[in-house]
Design a protein around this ligand. Sequence first.
Ligand SMILES: NC(=O)c1ccc[n+]([C@@H]2O[C@H](COP(=O)([O-])OP(=O)(O)OC[C@H]3O[C@@H](n4cnc5c(N)ncnc54)[C@H](OP(=O)(O)O)[C@@H]3O)[C@@H](O)[C@H]2O)c1
Length: 273
Amino acid sequence: MKNWFITGVSRGLGLAMARAALAKGDRVLGTARAAVPELQGMGENLRILNVDMGDAQGVVEAVHEAFKSLGRIDVVVNNAGYGVLGAVEVSSDAQVRQLFEVNLYSPIRIVRTALPYLREQKSGHIINITSIAGRAPGVGSAIYAASKFALEGFSASLAQEVEPLGLHVTAVAPGQFRTDFLAETSLQETAALAEYSPTVAAALKSMSTLHEHQLGDPALAAEAIVQLAHTEEPPLHLLLGSDALDRAKGKLKTITAEMARWESVTIGTDFKS
Ligand SMILES: NC(=O)c1ccc[n+]([C@@H]2O[C@H](COP(=O)([O-])OP(=O)(O)OC[C@H]3O[C@@H](n4cnc5c(N)ncnc54)[C@H](OP(=O)(O)O)[C@@H]3O)[C@@H](O)[C@H]2O)c1
């Protein structure tokens, strides 16, 4: 049996992960900003703490409370997050700051607070939910992609730092999943600007038609993540969804070709003697 700390269990992937872990007989301490009727009556293996990921102190206290309440935590999942889509030129400082607070600074705070406990336990798995936008971003998602690229980079370096301590880190990058991610209740858009109609506005339009038709099933993603947490040697990176795989492969091809094309310039900057 594993003990889980999962942020954002009110909806979408977080709710699905909480359900999947409980169904496996694991214990879950989830965070949510409000009551979660969908999880009511799930038994004594579930506890929910009310935390807003924008509240730095509240986030830190929740982690301490989680370890106090469960004794040990085997899996820490940084899941809560949302998207800001639209043209960079018209994004505001407040929008960018709040997004980074929720998508990046909170996960870092959670990891930093959990690490002394995990070190003491000599085991634990940190799972950061990033995005394919953090690996192969499309147009119109620069601010969101920046927050998820940062979480990918954080995970890749952290994994090396904590591996000798017996801890695992996995950055899970989902493609499109049928959650509220693209719904008005979650997604924020920057103001429209005519100059970006063929690029940003066109991408946003196609994303809006994608809502409720995404390829990915959140329940299956949750099952994959529960399986991941029960694996002895989990990967550092895991893509979820066939669309994510296609985009990541395409990006790798482009990177490899571009590196080859510019190789002489790249290696030409070393000292000549
Ligand atoms: N679905 C996709 O296509 C997709 C693709 C790639 C990555 N992701 C990532 O997957 C994660 C989960 O998203 P989802 O698809 O499940 O979307 P969702 O259905 O919109 O759920 C988002 C979750 O994050 C929580 N959250 C957002 N802002 C918060 C804040 N300030 N404080 C506390 N909780 C907050 C929400 O809580 P409230 O109910 O209180 O708002 C909700 O539980 C996110 O990190 C997202 O970036 C999703």
